[in-house]
Design a protein around this ligand. Structure first.
Ligand code: FES
Ligand SMILES: [Fe+2]
Length: 389
C-alpha cells in the first residue's frame, strides 16, 4: 500500500481513537435482510448458480508453487483442478474425468501428467488427454480432454470461473483494490497450509464473522480483544468488494514516530472481502485466506482456511504452525461455534429479519453487493431481497 494511503488511514484511525466514545466508520442507516437468505433452499440454489458463474478468488499464486504443479479447489459445489505447466502457464479445468467423471486429482502436488485414479486415463497439465488405457476399446469415442475453465493469474492472485464459457474480465476483478494489493507482491508468498472442513451453518455466516470488529470485545474477549480494538474500524468500498482496517492496541507506538516512519503494519489488521465468498487478511507478517462454499443444504458449508507466508521469511515452520493452529482454533471455537447457534436461531422463527448496525458498514456492503450480483445473474431481474430499515 502506498505510504500516503497508509498515512491517511492512520489519520482516520487516530480520529476515532481520540474522538468521542463510539466513533467508528459507519453506514448511513441500519440494514436488514430476511433470515430466509440464510435458510431457504431456493435462495441457496440461486447462490450456487452465482458461485459457479462469477469469478472466484481461489488462492494466491503460491497455490501452484512452481512448474508442473497442481491443486484442487471448490467453487460452489464443483471441484476445480488448477495446474501450472512446465512454462509456468496456469490452467483450470473441471476436475471431472472424461471417461466416467471421477475426480482426476485430489489436494495438491507436483506432476508432469495427471492420472485418473479410477481406470488410469492420463491428462496433460493443460487438460488435454494424454492416453487412455486399453484405448482400442474406446475407438469410437472422441478423444476429449478435461473441460477447460476461464482462469486469470494477476497480482499474485488466482481467479477462476467454474462455468466454461464465462468471460472473465481481468481488468475488473478487484474493483480498484489492485492498487493496494499489487504492491504487496502476493505472488511471491508460499502456501504454508490449507485446512478444509465443514460446519453446520450457512456459508455466508463464515464471511459475516470477518466483516465487523464489533464482536471482538465480547466474543473474543480473552483471545483477540487484548490485542485488537473492537470499538472502531475503518471501512472502504472497492466496487462490490470492501476493505476493513482494524487497529491493534500497539497503534499507540505510532504516536511517537515521524509521519515518514508510520506504517499500518504491524499495528493493524487489514482485511479484504472479495465477492462472493473469499476473505483475504493481511496480518502482521503473513496472509490468511478464507473461502466459504455452500454445503448440501443452507445449514452446511465447506470452508477452506489457508496461510501464506512471505518469501525468505526467517521464522521456522513451527512458528507458522502455531499461527495456523491458533487461527483455526479461535475461529472454530469462538466464531464458528457461535455461527452454528445463529443458524439455529434463524430457523427458530424468532426473527423475520437479520439486522446489521450502522457500525457494521462492511457487513452491509457485503450483503448489498451479494444481492446485486444475484440480481444480475437472475434470468429475469427481481427486486433485491435487501431493504433499508
Ligand atoms: S473415470 Fe477416470 S479413467 Fe475411468
Ligand atoms: Fe471473530
Amino acid at each position: 500500500m502506498r505510504s500516503d494511503t497508509q498515512l491517511k488511514l492512520i489519520d482516520r484511525i487516530n480520529t476515532h481513537r481520540r474522538g468521542e466514545r463510539g466513533a467508528t466508520d459507519t453506514a448511513a442507516s441500519t440494514l436488514s435482510v430476511p433470515t430466509t437468505d440464510y435458510t431457504d433452499p431456493a435462495r441457496l440454489a440461486e447462490e450456487r448458480r452465482l458461485l459457479h458463474a462469477t469469478p472466484s478468488l481461489v488462492g494466491l499464486s503460491g497455490l501452484l508453487p512452481g512448474p508442473e504443479t497442481y491443486a484442487t479447489v471448490n467453487v460452489g459445489d464443483r471441484s476445480v483442478l488448477l495446474t501450472r505447466d512446465a512454462n509456468h502457464q496456469v490452467h483450470a479445468m473441471l476436475n471431472v474425468c472424461s471417461h466416467r467423471a471421477a475426480e482426476v486429482a485430489d489436494s495438491c502436488g507436483a506432476a508432469a501428467r495427471l492420472t485418473c485414479p479410477y481406470h488410469g486415463w492420463t491428462y496433460h497439465l493443460d487438460g488435454t488427454l494424454a492416453a487412455r488405457r486399453r484405448a482400442q476399446f474406446f475407438d469410437d469415442v472422441p478423444n476429449v480432454g478435461l473441460t477447460r475453465l476461464p482462469v486469470v493469474e494477476q497480482h499474485g492472485l488466482l481467479w477462476v470461473s467454474a462455468t466454461p464459457d464465462f468471460s472473465l474480465d481481468a481488468d475488473s476483478l478487484l474493483g480498484g483494490a489492485e492498487d493496494e494489493l499489487a504492491p504487496l507482491d502476493l505472488g511471491s508468498y508460499r502456501l504454508f497450509d490449507t485446512r478444509q472442513y465443514s460446519r453446520r451453518f450457512n456459508w455466508k455466516l463464515a464471511v459475516d464473522t470477518f466483516c465487523e470488529a464489533y464482536h471482538l470485545g465480547t466474543l473474543h474477549r480473552e483471545t483477540l480483544s487484548p490485542m485488537i480494538h473492537s470499538d472502531f474500524a475503518l471501512f472502504d468500498r472497492f466496487g462490490l468488494h470492501g476493505r476493513m482496517v482494524a487497529a491493534r492496541r500497539s497503534i499507540t507506538e505510532l504516536d511517537d514516530l515521524p509521519p515518514d516512519d508510520q506504517q499500518l503494519l504491524p499495528h493493524t489488521t487489514v482485511l479484504w472481502f472479495i465477492q462472493p465468498n473469499t476473505v483475504l487478511i493481511h496480518q502482521q507478517d503473513h496472509i490468511q485466506l478464507f473461502r466459504s462454499n455452500p454445503g448440501a443444504t443452507p445449514d452446511e458449508n465447506n470452508l477452506a482456511a489457508s496461510l501464506y507466508v512471505p518469501p525468505d521469511a526467517p521464522q521456522p515452520d513451527r512458528y507458522w504452525r502455531k499461527h495456523f493452529d491458533l487461527l483455526i482454533e479461535v475461529t472454530d471455537s469462538e466464531d464458528f461455534t457461535t455461527a452454528a447457534g445463529v443458524q439455529r436461531g434463524y430457523h427458530s422463527g424468532a426473527h423475520s429479519h437479520v439486522v446489521f448496525g450502522r457500525n457494521e458498514p462492511a457487513l452491509q456492503h457485503y450483503h448489498l453487493g451479494l444481492a446485486e450480483l444475484l440480481s444480475n445473474h437472475r434470468d429475469t431481474p427481481a427486486a433485491s431481497t435487501v431493504s433499508q430499515l
